[in-house]
Design a protein around this ligand. Structure first.
Ligand code: SAM
Ligand code: SF4
Length: 329
């Protein structure tokens, strides 16, 4: 086994696999109202290709955690079987999923039975009209039902991801926290990043981690927990614990120095950073008869070339061509 180490000594153990770039919501910070030009089906990795490439990661390259994401991963046909096949890899990776929760009410138990360990469900507000405006679909109740089903199925700890948009849902942060505390979900706020397809992100408008903390401390006592490790979230005890809340300050306090993540897009392109402008094609070798060791070497080379950081603050920063939904968040 040869670990995936880059030129800065960072070891990569966390693989994010995008299962589709399609989605049934249109969150304004992610996609335009009309959707995007979806990746044509023949270009998508098949289940066999996903299992093979994940197997190479687990068996040869030290991948210990796999997160399924998208687009919306619950839209992938045959998802339960795919999860079962990934859970059967050896050594067994920890399996998690990031989802908007729509359809999870029905899928949570079968996914758990197939071997999924945990879920992160995205929920930005509890206000139905605000949700419908932000996600451009009136589906709040489906998300809440999905969350409850995930908790009941034992996909725990259930984490909730929230992105705050100034003047839209930023005032909803304390209510979201109270809801998660009462339901036993772990809430994490994510700073909005320049990864929207419309290129509408504006640093000056972004709600910062500092502001989020200010808002939450109007109603709760937050105590920072030391030892963020490679975890992106700064974690705080709420009202002396045991409940916690996380803030992922990807922009104002980047965690690139301890990043252990690597991503594979739904069309089989390896990305060593969310903000990378280059990708390494794994689909071609997968389809051209390359052996596992050749694919592993290609993967290692892609990690070796990883940059020190995302460079959002550099004057030369350019947003990647692929939006978040096509990279796999
Ligand atoms: N559709 C699934 C979902 O929404 O959870 C999975 C894919 S989505 C791209 C993954 C995560 O990225 C979600 O929590 C979403 O809120 C977050 N996200 C999307 N666009 C973002 C942006 N521009 N900045 C920060 N987070 C973003
Ligand atoms: Fe879909 Fe997730 Fe993007 Fe929202 S954030 S549009 S749910 S992919």
């Amino acid at each position: 086994m040869t670990p995936l180490v880059d030129g800065f000594g960072r070891v990569h153990t966390d693989l994010r696999i995008s299962l589709t770039d399609k989605c049934n919501l249109r969150c304004t910070y992610c996609m335009p109202a009309e959707g995007l030009d979806w990746i044509p089906s023949p270009e998508l990795l098949s289940d066999d290709e996903i299992v093979r490439v994940a197997g190479i990661g687990v068996e040869r390259l030290g991948i210990t955690h796999i997160r399924l994401t998208g687009g919306e991963p619950l839209l992938r046909r045959g998802l339960v079987d795919l999860v079962g096949r990934l859970a059967a890899l050896s050594p067994r990776p920890q399996l998690a999923m990031t989802t908007n929760g729509i359809g999870l009410a029905r899928m949570a138990q079968p996914l758990r039975d197939a071997g999924l360990d945990r879920v992160n469900v995205s929920l930005d507000t509890l206000n139905r009209a605000t949700f419908a405006g932000l996600a451009r679909r009136d589906r709040l109740q489906d998300v809440l039902d999905g969350l409850a089903a995930a908790h009941a199925a034992g996909l725990t700890p259930v984490k909730v991801n929230a992105v705050l948009m100034r003047g839209v849902n930023d005032a909803d942060a304390p209510e979201l926290l109270d809801f998660c505390l009462a339901a036993g979900y772990e809430l994490r706020f994510i700073e909005q990043m320049p990864l929207d397809a419309q290129h509408g992100w504006d640093r000056k408008v972004m709600v910062t981690a500092e502001e989020i903390i200010e808002r939450l401390t109007t109603s709760h006592r937050l105590t920072p927990l030391a030892g963020r490790g490679s975890a992106p979230a700064e974690t705080y005890l709420v009202d002396d614990g045991p409940a916690k809340v996380g803030i992922i300050a990807s922009v104002s306090k980047p965690f690139c120095g301890s990043c252990d993540r690597v991503r594979i897009t739904a069309d089989g392109q390896l990305r060593n950073c969310l903000f990378a402008r280059e990708e390494s094609d794994l689909r071609a070798p997968l389809r051209n008869g390359a052996g596992d060791s050749e694919i592993a070497v290609r993967w290692q080379a892609a990690i070796a070339g990883k940059r020190a950081g995302h460079g959002i603050d550099d004057p030369t920063f350019l947003q990647p061509d692929r939006p978040m939904s096509a990279i796999g968040g």
